[in-house]
Design a protein around this ligand. Sequence first.
Ligand SMILES: Nc1ncnc2c1ncn2[C@@H]1O[C@H](COP(=O)(O)OP(=O)(O)O)[C@@H](O)[C@H]1O
Ligand SMILES: [Mg+2]
Length: 254
Amino acid sequence: MSDSIDKEKTQGETENERSTARIDTKILIKLQNVVKDFEIGEFIVRAIDNINLEIQEGEFLVIKGPSGAGKTTLLNLIGGLDTPTKGDIYSFGVLISDMNQESLTIFRLMNSGFVFQNYNLISTLTAEENVMFPISLVGESLSEQRSIAISLLKKVGLAERREHLPFQLSAGEQQRVAIARALANNPPIILADEPTANLDKTTSAFIRDLFDEIKEMGKTIIIATHDKYLLELADRIIDFQDGKITNETHQSEN
Ligand SMILES: Nc1ncnc2c1ncn2[C@@H]1O[C@H](COP(=O)(O)OP(=O)(O)O)[C@@H](O)[C@H]1O
Ligand SMILES: [Mg+2]
């Protein structure tokens, strides 16, 4: 799907513009002087405080920091679930921080898969239907939706659980369904907000292996976490506090 966007973008561009675009594709996401304020009554909480950040294509980035640091807000901004108070956010060279809700919805559907701390599965849909749902939104046929969902549920080791409703699945199984759902439209970016926070060690290790596979697929991964297993996989770890980046560590062996 991102291929077709790229094709559309390159049509009609001059040779010069196209070579510039190619250089730019190395940096997938760019935040420039980004601020996010939340107003609560007469108080203003500055959740993101003038952040500048570039994320490379294929990078595995971990954001860690205490509760209230602004990690979730940052993920929401990067994924286009929220818009900044000030500053610019580019994804694939497109200024997403200025997009209207309708364009953002389409952009999200094609470009980013979300994995949440509490899985956020639709409780009345089976595992298979949960994975089919985002595929149905891009207009694929029912048989195509089903075949993609089955292959993704196989990938996360849950093929035999596909008829189960979320309440019939363990926490770890629900998170695996949520990961399959995040991959449903084969998005180039995967965002995950403390995906193993509510899981035991064994299940966390399984989820870690899944993210390792997702990394091998060449996807750009941004995870808010403190999980030592996930930290091991990171190319870069960003420490976040009071809406600011306080430290950055590169792990070159990854
Ligand atoms: N929707 C919201 N309305 C008001 N304040 C919010 C909202 N979302 C986050 N905040 C505030 O922004 C700050 C950062 O929150 P958050 O991004 O959830 O941090 P983290 O994920 O690191 O725990 C906190 O002070 C939080 O209370
Ligand atoms: Mg959070």
